[in-house]
Design a binder for this molecule. Structure first.
Ligand code: NAD
Length: 485
């Protein structure tokens, strides 16, 4: 089932097909066209759903051990293809190659985890009453749709696919239109390595997500939607579900606070904050969006942080030494500029960066949406950046005097995805962990994503979890069986 090098990026019922038309995929660093993808419409999506429904009975009946073996083979194939996959990701997403490699390897670990969890998706037997025993069974929810974003175009897709397949659900993936090729290539590799039957894992690329997803949502045979993307689109999906209930997982926007207590190892905290802010040029749902530093430590902490920021190297993600790539597009850049301009107008100080980068000293042709890594001080809660997700390389710093005040301000957000705490006093850290209203709390850790830990948010950041032993629940129904003997 080889993917054509052309625009045949639709995998429907075991066949790679082109769409009615095609669309261009650009390198965000150079704005050059790097590929063309099939532009599917509702007809292709419904054909994929038809095939998924046909594949469901056999796939759910496949022993979980066989499904696990297939997923482990897919994980191994992803590891074996890590380098070309990373290069492909960088070419359409812009992130530095070392980050892309890390994401690919992380995706393989997620598949391994899903394979293991599928074998543990067991139920229970309740103590019998006068009539007989009761059983709780867990059954696959049915044909699923995975809608994924451009910022982590491999890991977000593989995590959903792994859990769905492990649970016994066929899955249709719809990658973001900015990054269709890495998603398509992963679908090809997983299909081949796992020798999946037709219809079990399919892919639909499109520039008309509302129309294509809308057609699938209108069809009651689609039993599950797992969405990762913006809060605006995610809430729209819930609304458009209308009167029909359907299992829906949402991984949406964030506005992560980080708190640096005065007793933190400040050099380590500065390195971690820089990593958690500037990875993927700040375009991460768990990127730090607000940094609260204890006032007494700020004087020592700020130069340590600025040293880290000064060491970042803007450039094409594929170039040796690049640690900061472009933003995905100029709409993203406009938002970053709007946040910085608003903050400065209201009294913030630019301690580093604060402007577009036009490629000085790097290879020619970097015409994409680059922005210098930026640090703002003197930021207050009234500024736009304090409540809106920036999704770019800008770090606003706030001073705080007492822990309760920092925790209250950290929680004052419509979002609740991830929070970071840096410090050493155990009781102080524990109080913070307990009181932060976030699905993920990272303690002295810049990268709180592990297959073993459930990933997901509270409030407007989402519902359900991916990963951990909770992750597979999103693809399982609970069935109670009452037995009379
Ligand atoms: P987006 O919401 O614009 O797009 C995400 C996906 O939804 C894409 O596949 C897109 O084609 C599709 N989509 C867009 N409009 C749609 C519609 N009307 N109906 C159905 N599908 C539609 O988000 P994005 O810009 O690609 O990603 C950035 C956002 O994703 C940020 O807000 C970020 O915080 C969030 N994100 C969250 C997580 C998480 O796990 N919580 C992870 C990564 C990114």
């Amino acid at each position: 089932m080889p993917a054509e090098p052309s625009t045949a990026t639709l995998l429907i019922d075991g066949e790679w097909r082109p769409g009615p038309t095609a669309f261009e995929v650009v390198d965000p660093a150079t704005l050059e066209v790097v590929a063309h993808a099939a532009d599917a419409g509702p007809g292709e999506a419904l054909a994929a759903l038809e095939a998924a429904c046909a594949a469901f009975p056999a796939w759910r009946a496949t022993p979980s051990e066989d499904r696990a073996t297939a997923l482990r083979a897919a994980a191994a194939a992803i590891r074996a293809a890590a380098e070309p996959l990373a290069e492909l990701m960088t070419s359409e997403n812009g992130k530095p190659l070392h980050e892309a490699r890390g994401e690919v390897m992380g995706s393989a670990r997620m598949l391994d985890w899903a394979a293991e969890e599928g074998r543990r998706a067991d139920g229970r037997v309740t103590p019998g009453n006068q009539a007989g025993p009761g059983l709780v069974l867990r059954t696959p929810v049915g044909p699923a749709l995975a809608i994924t974003p451009w910022n982590f175009p491999a890991s977000m897709l593989v995590r959903k696919v792994g859990l769905a397949l492990a649970a016994g659900c066929p899955v249709i993936v719809k990658p973001a239109e900015q990054t269709p090729m890495i998603g398509t290539e992963l679908v090809r590799i997983i299909n081949e390595a796992a020798a999946l039957p037709a219809g079990v894992l399919q892919s639909i690329t499109t520039t008309r997500p509302a129309e294509v997803v809308g057609a699938l949502l209108d069809d009651p045979r689609l039993r599950k939607v797992s969405f990762t993307g913006s809060t605006e689109v995610g809430l729209g999906l819930i609304r458009s579900t209308g009167a029909r209930l359907r299992r829906t997982s949402l991984e949406m926007g964030g506005h992560s606070p980080a708190i640096v207590f005065g007793d933190a190892d400040l050099a380590t905290a500065a390195a971690a904050v820089s990593a958690a802010k500037f990875a993927n040029a700040g375009q991460s749902c768990i990127a730090i969006n607000r940094l609260y530093v204890q006032r007494g430590a700020l004087e020592e902490f700020l130069p340590l942080l600025l040293e880290r920021v000064a060491a970042l190297r803007l450039g094409h993600g594929a170039d040796e030494g690049t640690t900061l790539g472009p933003l995905i597009d100029f709409a993203g850049l406009d938002k970053v500029e709007r946040h910085v301009t608003d903050a400065v107008k209201r009294g913030a100080t630019v301690a580093a960066g604060g402007r577009r980068w036009t490629g000085e000293g790097a290879r020619p042709g970097l015409t994409g949406a680059f922005y210098e890594p930026t640090v703002l001080t003197g930021v207050d809660d009234s500024m736009l950046i304090s409540s809106e997700e920036t999704f770019g390389p800008v770090l606003p710093i706030y001073a705080f005097d007492d822990d309760e005040d920092a925790l209250r301000r950290a929680n004052a957000s419509e979002y609740g995805l991830a929070a970071y705490v840096f410090g050493s006093g155990l009781s102080r850290i524990w109080r913070a962990v307990e009181s932060l209203d976030f699905g993920i709390v990272a303690v002295n850790d810049p990268a709180p994503v592990r297959p073993e830990l459930p990933f997901g948010g509270m409030k407007n950041s989402g519902q359900e979890r991916e990963g951990g032993s909770e992750g597979i629940d999103a693809y399982l129904e609970t069935k109670s069986v009452s037995v009379r003997l």
